[in-house]
Design a protein around this ligand. Sequence first.
Ligand code: FDA
Length: 379
Amino acid sequence: MGAGAAGMMAAMEAGKRGRRVLVLDHSPRIGRKILISGGGRCNFTNVGARAENYLSANPHFAKSALARYTPKDFIALVEKHGIAYHEKTLGQLFCDGSAQQIVTMLEREAAEANVTVQANTGVHEIVHSDGFTVRTTRGDFRAPALVIACGGLSIPKIGATGFGYDVARQFGLRVRDLRPALVPLVFNPENTKQWCDLSGLSTEVIAYAGKRSFREKLLITHRGISGPAVLQISSYWQPGTALRFDLSPGAKVLDALLASPYDRDSTALRQMMYAALPQRFADRWMRLFPQTKWTNAALEASENALHQWGITPAGTEGYEKAEVTAGGVDTDDLDAKTLQARNVPGLFFIGEVVDVTGWLGGYNFQWAWASGAAAGRAL
Ligand code: FDA
């Protein structure tokens, strides 16, 4: 169930082993998230993907599947289909052309493996007795094994549903708390008034949530903050807690002022702030936090403030804007090697529906490919 990244991979692998495979999807088109991913170019993997790049109640769970279907395996498939790609930053691989090439590749591989893919098929119910019966808008289908690859809740307008979680609950599997992740954050009214007219402005920061940190760009939006640093840290953010941002990573802003007892005035300060930060951000900072004292202690406090900007977001932009859903089918209830439900032989859960959530940068697709391959080889 689900002709997305994970479902198509599982189907291909099972088909190659001679299994008779039918993939059902309620959407009119398959792989819709692949098509909109990576700004239309699909960041299809990350060369450095390891279990450390994923959030899960069991941080070891993803290791087995990730080790047995690696970024190199997927790159080999991409190259076999002559799809040109490039590394952008931090090991992220994108198509040179379009994400459609990845969907076409999956369709071709599935067809070669004699897999039948049937879109436009809504599922009403799953019945389990001597195999699985899937009752759909296009009739009933029976099979000895059923793979749930329905993805998460993000972007409901392109067909995301909570169906996979409902199936898990129906069969007695636990579902870890769901929340939007890799998601822009929303400011409270006061912070909105202070910052959001600077929407569109971006600057490099280190974003911190507890011990976790990411050094990337922060972007001010008309409702709060986004950009890769914020998306990454959003997955670790607990509502009600503060995030911290180092606005000048690795560089002191006010060193020259501190070094000299002379020229300690707002002109010198502005010069230093402009050298370290985008000018409009620096102007806003100096207006909100004016320098009133020029002692060493006061300047050191200002320096610290620039490396410890504390913001308590009011919330997130929700599933409408989230790239993924964190939480999901409890990995304690699944076998790490096959993704089969421990207590329901023949029932598998793969991809985003499982409580394994990747960082930004191709990690989520790598989990979809790897978990899909694991199930496809076990079916
Ligand atoms: P996926 O969502 O791909 O597929 C689930 C399928 O199940 C869909 O085809 C859906 O129609 C179907 N389905 C759902 N409910 C159903 C029901 N009730 N009945 C029948 N079918 C049903 N990741 C990454 O690594 N690199 C990137 O560049 C991006 N970019 C990106 C951009 C945007 C805007 C989003 C929203 C997400 C990303 N991601 C990403 C995340 C990535 O898209 C996501 O993690 C994978 O698509 C998950 O693959 P799955 O196969 O698990 O679900």
